[in-house]
Design a protein around this ligand. Structure first.
Ligand SMILES: *[C@@H]1O[C@H](CO)[C@@H](O)[C@H](O)[C@H]1NC(C)=O
Length: 517
């Protein structure tokens, strides 16, 4: 009897005993930190023990969370040099593809040689049930799954695209799936289709020539020693590179398009959003409750500091906002003189709680993916002022979906902005579209956070979910395109032609002979 009791207790204990999970979101951008934090929070809530590699460690982590701080004092400087508002306005922003690849390479190197991560990888007592890492244009972190002897899961922060789907299945068809850096949306016209093919082919070439070799080398150099220390063979990087069990994608049809997806891709956009809306602070609640004509919320996100905006643009913005009968809430890092009575400035804003309020009728945003996702989550139309990276694509997509207008950041943006606000406030179709998409977004069998936990546990339970692995990974390109069959057909046709020619000729000669005779 006592024995049974112990057995039961042991069963209960082992049931409560969560998995050991390593989560890695190395990029020092606020939104990446938020997405990583979302993954960690859901896994902790499900009772797992999480080791989190992050440049943004929390002050007082909960007891099941171990943080590996990989912050780098140079990150801040690197970021502000990229996001120089004046350069953006003058059109001097220097973001080329080769710059981007160099940025990714140096980031990979900084992260993998950070003393805290080196220490973790070198600790042979550490093992994890699964490793989860953010994919950011490089596949190198998949090496950590091999180091720690565990299945590996990617988190993709954007819409599914050929580069990442190629890791678990095959590259998508550029005739109807745009490149991750393209703002083209299907159906493409002829030029658009050619452009997408060009982007994909050059992208493949760039990866082949500038990234693949580097990745193999970085794998051997920076991760290899830890593999050898654990007594395992240093296998070629491609064996690890194409061995991820799953991709958790921060995407959903309501936000993007109905891209055909492999079994090992799970779209879970919106998992970072709290399932219960946090109450607003008293002053903001009062402001929103009393906004009789509705409230417009304006925020340029966390990277671009609005105080870096030139004074003339600030003055113009105040003039536009001051001329509205709506209340305007502007997230801004400094106090402004001569504030119109309907404009309110806050240094920090609980964005989700503001968007959730029924009196919030319009969101003016830089168009970061998290902000556009939150707009759809709460069903609010947007005006996008994109400044950087994927923001242009996010806004263009929202415009095509019909719940947004785009205004370009420029010295003379006063009139276009005023016109856009006017349009969105008067034409109800934008708000209606946002509501319709919100219905699509919410109407899922399970909430995205639950799905995140489910699939992560599924990978652990089934030791890497090999049943989800696409057979396409093991089929060479020439077989996918049936080039071997084509070669065979051509060969047969060639031989047939030869035979026919021979037969004809011999017939002719026979006939000729007969005639002669
Ligand atoms: C590939 O993944 C499977 C399942 O997670 C694992 O069992 C296997 O060891 C991995 N292979 C390599 C080379 O990492």
């Amino acid at each position: 009897m006592a024995c049974l009791k112990w057995l039961l207790l042991a069963a209960v204990l082992s049931y409560c005993d969560g998995y050991k999970i390593l989560v890695m979101f190395p990029l020092a951008g606020k939104s990446h930190g938020i997405l990583g934090g979302g993954v960690v929070t859901h896994l902790l809530q499900a009772g797992h023990e999480v080791t989190y590699i992050t440049p943004f460690p929390e002050k007082n982590p909960s007891k099941n969370l171990h943080q590996i701080d990989i912050s780098n004092p140079e990150d801040e400087a690197k970021h502000s040099s990229v996001l120089n508002v004046t350069a953006l306005l003058e059109g001097e922003s220097s973001l080329s593809m080769s710059w981007f690849i160099d940025f990714i390479k140096s980031m990979n190197r900084d992260v993998l040689s950070h003393p805290n991560l080196v220490k973790l990888m070198g600790d042979t007592t550490k093992n994890y049930d699964v490793v989860i890492a953010e994919w950011m244009f490089s596949d190198i972190y998949s090496g950590l799954g091999y180091v720690f002897n565990s299945p590996f899961i990617w988190v993709s922060t954007i819409e599914p695209h050929w580069t990442i789907l190629g890791l678990i299945d095959e590259a998508t068809n550029p005739a109807y799936v745009p490149d991750s850096l393209s703002n083209n949306a299907p159906p493409f016209d002829f030029v658009g289709r050619v452009k997408e093919l060009f982007l994909q082919v050059t992208g493949m070439a760039l990866r082949f020539f500038y990234l693949d070799g580097y990745q193999s080398q970085a794998f051997e150099e920076l991760i290899g020693p830890h593999i050898i220390k654990r007594g395992k063979p240093l296998i070629p990087f491609v064996k690890v590179q194409y061995n991820a069990s799953l991709i958790l994608g921060n995407s959903h049809v309501s936000l993007g398009q109905a891209t055909r997806l492999p079994q090992a891709y799970k779209p879970i956009a919106g998992y970072h959003i709290d399932t219960t809306v946090k109450p607003l602070p008293a002053d903001l609640k009062k402001l929103l409750d009393n906004a009789k004509n509705g409230l417009i919320y304006f925020s340029m996100g966390s990277n671009l500091k609005s105080k870096e905006l030139p004074d003339s643009i600030k003055k113009d913005l105040l003039e536009v906002f001051g001329g509205l009968k709506q209340t305007v809430l502007w997230k801004f890092e400094e106090a402004l003189p001569n504030l119109p009575s309907n404009v309110h400035i806050v240094h920090w804003a609980p964005q989700q709680s503001i968007l959730a309020h029924p009196n919030c009728i319009l969101f003016i945003t830089h168009g970061g993916l998290l902000s556009t996702t939150e707009a759809v989550h709460f069903g609010k139309p947007i005006i996008g002022i994109p400044v950087f990276g994927d923001q242009f694509n996010n806004i263009d997509r929202a415009v095509k979906k019909g719940f947004a207008k785009r205004v370009n950041l420029a010295y003379d943006m006063k009139n276009p902005l005023r016109a856009a606000i006017d349009d969105l406030l008067h034409d109800k179709s934008y708000a209606q579209k946002a509501k319709d998409l919100s219905v699509v977004y919410h109407d899922r069998p399970v909430a995205p956070g639950k799905e995140l936990v489910h699939w992560t546990e599924h990978v652990v339970k089934t030791r890497g979910a090999p049943h989800l692995r696409s057979p396409a990974l093991d089929v060479p390109v020439y077989q996918k395109l049936y080039l071997d069959l084509l070669a065979l057909v051509l060969l047969v046709l060639y031989i047939l032609k030869k035979i026919v020619v021979k037969l004809c000729c011999s017939k002719k000669t026979v006939e000729k002979k007969r005639k002669k005779d």
